[in-house]
Design a protein around this ligand. Sequence first.
Ligand code: SF4
Length: 335
Amino acid sequence: MQGVKAIALLSGGLDSALAATLTKRLGFEVVGLNVSTGFCTGQGRCDTVLGIGGILEIPVRLIDASEEYLDVVRHPKHGYGSAMNPCLDCRVFFLRKAAELMEDEDAEFVVTGEVLGQRPMSQHRRALDLVAQESGLDDRLVRPLSGRLLPSTYPEKQGWVRREDWLDIQGRSRKRQLELADRWGIEEFTQPSGGCCLLLEESYARRVQDVFRRWGPDAVDREAFALLRYGRHFRLSESAVAIIGRDEQENAVLESFTRGRWTLTFPEVPGPSSLVDGNPACEELEFAARLAARYADASPTDVVTVLARKDGEEKKLTTTPLHPDDPRIERFRIG
Ligand code: SF4
């Protein structure tokens, strides 16, 4: 199959690496593709994908589609899964990106690591057909790991492969994939890709639902989505949310989100980086100061000074930390 090119979507997980490997072993020229959505939680995921490309000796293209992807999260045609994961629309989005690269690279088809019946929302038979159709790839979309169980695809119709060249893996067990990884020497892979998606995380999903409800999905921009990742979030009212860092790393990150928001700092005791987003009334700002002081190095009976600043305005608040058992802490918490 020298000269016949395929685009392999690489998630950084094992299945997509195996699908690319099998395609290469069948003699096709393979170009890897990883699409970044901005919602990945995997550490060093790009490195993993590039590492897999190195093992397979294939070039890998990395596309940052994070801005464009926000609309998939805001308005998924096929809805959300168990959290705020728009898996079907997400698959279609990835495949359209792969289809664009297929054109650019003069490739003939796209391969993915999808396995029939492995994931409830996106990998049952109807879902596989739907994404093939909506992506515009149709029979140019090949799932080598389950290919024998699925309708004939373009490479088969062209006589480049026989049906039995594909595999017949289905279901949630990873046994056969792990055996193949062992046999083909693929050691470098992350956990199954679904485990690395922020949109699957319940607490993040609750925060997204909260801002969608309050502001409407179109008002939630990239920065707002990013801020939902960090700190403890507390909804103080319809128009104000307090965000309080949980550790040094988060404190440092929150300091890059201060523009247009109230910041609360503790001049006399060590305390967390804290922000108030929205338009808090005076008493809400004071409550946020008490809430943030609850996580500072002070006891509930101490009197604590908190400086609240926003766009050149400064207020000096003198307060006592909220008692850790105050029921409003849990009542106001988001996610
Ligand atoms: S788990 Fe996340 S990355 Fe994976 S298909 Fe669903 S939305 Fe997309």
